[in-house]
Design a protein around this ligand. Structure first.
Ligand SMILES: NC(=O)c1ccc[n+]([C@@H]2O[C@H](COP(=O)([O-])OP(=O)(O)OC[C@H]3O[C@@H](n4cnc5c(N)ncnc54)[C@H](OP(=O)(O)O)[C@@H]3O)[C@@H](O)[C@H]2O)c1
Length: 340
């Protein structure tokens, strides 16, 4: 098999393709011939040496794949062989063959490509947890989503529009026209406009009911201020810590220093009627059955066209470095995938 390794912490060029013997599925596992692997921002933070959950480098990252089952381990129904699937992988997804526990695997419905399947787990499960499970978004409410052009942003927008909410998104200006077509009602260019002031203007002074923020630092502070009474701030990342393409301790410290450590106190929350919550899908491996339920709900919405993974670009394994550059240059509208 071929795998893409993070050979050391650094710029995208540290990603290297290496060959290894094919793995055999162990008890309870299925083996997948991978046709597409999803890239996530966590992989980029990992490559930069900024991701605390990363196993020791050298390492193969990757949280999700789409492909076809070609073997099963002891105790698994052989009827799986030949089925088209997508799956969650706990690292190791940047490979053309992976073995994963059966309960992390979903059958792809007819008409769903391997690429679309690989674009579902991280983006859509995270968005579902943020918008539906913890954010409790209702028809008539307004959601502000940062990095609206990213995989999570587009997934969250599709879910929120289906609920009947209004969506305000922040994104680089080159993405605005496309995002408008994808359903974002109001767009903010966060590089030239202050998103807090602009959101207040859009909302005629009133705040918003739900904010999805993976930028972190100062952005959490502004978001908390922007919540209407009963509003909820969902925090799920700190991409502002990635200031360049290699690890910058300065960037990390600036993000940490501007984080609102003292704003979300119990009394402040109680008196303001505001809620703050955190999401980290990578810390829910003990809750796979719960996530399967979200997957089933999402697959139902795929069948009736509510959710449609948007593929920004695919890159060959040998061009993995270019794929990471593409995301860090903020060019993607939707999911970026690796294909063997
Ligand atoms: N907690 C969880 O379980 C979880 C799960 C999935 C993702 N996340 C987090 O959610 C965020 C978005 O993930 P994603 O997969 O949707 O993103 P993505 O598809 O990789 O898109 C990345 C986009 O983020 C924006 N961005 C904001 N700050 C950036 C920075 N410092 N460097 C480069 N791009 C930056 C850029 O768009 P604009 O310039 O248009 O804003 C960029 O195009 C990330 O922070 C990720 O770590 C968390």
């Amino acid at each position: 098999m071929r795998q893409i390794w993070i050979t050391k912490a650094g710029a995208p060029e540290v990603l290297k393709v290496k060959e290894a013997p094919d793995p055999y599925p162990r008890g309870g596992e299925l083996r997948i011939r991978v046709e597409a692997s999803g890239i996530n921002f966590a992989d980029i933070l990992g490559r930069m040496g900024l991701y605390p959950d990363l196993p020791p480098i050298p390492v193969v990252v990757g949280y999700e794949v789409g492909g076809r089952i070609d073997a099963v381990g002891p105790g698994v129904d052989s009827g799986w062989v030949g089925r088209d699937v997508f799956a969650m992988t706990r690292f190791g997804g940047y490979a053309d063959v992976v073995c994963v526990p059966e309960k992390q695997v979903f059958v792809r419905p007819e008409g769903m490509s391997a690429a679309q399947g690989a674009a579902i787990p991280v983006n859509y499960f995270t968005a579902w947890q943020l918008v539906v499970v913890m954010g409790g978004l209702k028809a008539g409410e307004t959601m502000l989503v940062h990095s609206a052009g990213g995989g999570v942003g587009i997934a969250a927008t599709q879910i929120a529009k289906n609920i009947g909410a209004t969506v305000i998104g922040t994104a680089s200006v080159a993405k605005h026209a496309e995002l408008r077509q994808l359903g974002v009602d109001h767009l903010i260019d966060y590089r030239t406009e202050d998103f807090e002031a602009r959101t207040r203007e859009i909302m005629s002074g009133r705040g918003v009911e739900l904010i999805l923020d993976a930028v972190g630092g100062e952005s959490f502070k502004k978001g908390y201020r922007l919540l209407s009474p009963t509003g909820r701030l969902g925090m799920f990342g700190i991409s502002s810590a990635a200031t360049g393409k290699e690890r910058s301790i300065g960037g990390m410290l600036r993000t940490l220093a501007s984080t609102p450590w003292f704003q979300f106190t119990p009394l402040a929350l109680l008196n303001a009627n505001k809620g703050v919550f955190g999401v980290n899908l990578g810390h829910l491996w003990g809750e796979v059955d719960r996530i399967r339920g979200w997957g089933e709900a999402l697959l139902g919405r795929w069948k009736n066209g509510v959710i449609q993974p948007r593929i920004a670009r695919t890159f060959r394994f040998d061009d993995a470095a270019a794929a990471h550059h593409y995301i860090q240059d903020r060019k993607n509208v939707g999911k970026v995938l690796l294909v063997p």
